[in-house]
Design a protein around this ligand. Structure first.
Ligand code: SF4
Length: 325
């Protein structure tokens, strides 16, 4: 009998509301619901893509998972431990196994440090290597990401965007993590360089049994690398499915609109683009009922009053919609 493996990471009812204040006495006027109750499981060796427009809460979700910011509510379970209740020391140890690759390779690397210092920093902080063994480890990490020993003494400004991102990846790999959150990791790069970095990430995943959460606003990159994809809108997951199912049969009108905007290389396969009406509502004042109802071409009366819940519409394919496609 096949048993479902235990997830490496489990997120339950995760919320992050940022309070905002106004007026002479700075009284709290409300809160921005950046992440508004998400549930996720991520399994060892897979890549879970998280996609959505800017401001949908995907990067905040990544920061909450890594415990870089405190959640307002909810739980993050990683390798069987509830991260939100760990002591500082326990959290520091647990964090070794979860790393991040940032969007901007230009600002995420300290311009005054050499590549050797940048990549060795986490190893030194955690007291894992020193002397010749440290240097050897840094060389090994650079080779893993396609850089060479002559790069060791160079500084970030001497590298192209793609090479800088390779340095960021080497640093993220230094502590031998099991989970890496790639937060818009290729968004700042040219398209040709994007595919080189995506291929490198895939190769490393295979070699090192890595698990990725790949956060991006562009669907092509997410499609290239993800096994499953979660689509976020206004702080909530509105659709979650494996890649093939999501791209061949999107069930949520928002996903359908996102997919219709992706250019198709074959002119005979042209599809109709769905232009969403109106702007993304403010997460400080999300619409009542279905949060997508102000822009949805299929809206009905029920949608304006009752929020749909994320539920399975087909095997392994969930959508939060009263009238799924
Ligand atoms: Fe559109 Fe209604 Fe579905 Fe929301 S619940 S996505 S408004 S059809």
């Amino acid at each position: 009998m096949n048993q479902t493996p235990l997830p490496l990471l489990e997120v339950k009812g995760l919320k992050k509301h940022f309070p905002f204040k106004q007026g002479l006495f700075s009284t709290q006027k409300g809160s921005v619901r950046a992440v508004d109750g998400i549930d996720l499981s991520v399994y060892r060796g897979e890549t879970l893509g998280i996609v959505g427009e800017s401001g949908c809460g995907k990067s905040t979700a990544g920061q909450l998972i890594l415990q870089l910011i405190e959640p307002t509510e909810g739980e993050v379970w990683f390798e069987g431990k509830q991260m939100t209740v760990l002591s500082k020391e326990e959290l520091r140890k647990a964090r070794r196994n979860m790393q991040i690759i940032f969007q901007d390779p230009y600002s995420s690397l300290n311009p005054r440090m050499s590549v050797e210092d940048i990549v060795s920093e986490p190893l030194v902080v955690h007291g894992l290597y020193k002397g010749a063994a440290l240097k050897e480890k840094v060389i090994e990490l650079l080779r893993l990401v396609g850089l060479d020993t002559h790069h060791l003494s160079r500084h970030p400004h001497e590298f192209s965007g793609g090479q800088k991102q390779r340095i960021g990846i080497a640093r993220a790999l230094a502590l031998n993590p099991s989970l890496i959150v790639c937060d818009e990791a290729v968004s700042a790069l040219d398209v040709s360089i994007q595919s080189q970095i995506l291929n490198l990430l895939k190769k490393l995943q295979k070699e090192l049994q890595l698990t990725y959460i790949f956060i991006a606003h562009g669907l092509p990159a997410v499609k290239h690398i993800s096994d499953r994809i979660a689509v976020m809108y206004l702080g909530k997951i509105v659709e979650l499915a494996d890649r093939e199912s999501l791209f061949s049969h999107p069930r949520h009108p928002y996903t359908q609109a996102l997919l219709s905007a992706v250019p198709v290389p074959d002119p005979t396969q042209r599809k109709e683009r769905i232009i969403l009406q109106g702007d993304l509502p403010s997460p400080a004042n999300p619409p009542k009922g279905c949060s997508f109802h102000t822009r949805c071409p299929y809206v009905q009366e029920l949608c304006r009053n009752i929020a749909p819940i994320l539920q399975e519409q087909a095997s392994g394919h969930a959508a939060a919609c009263h009238f799924p496609l």
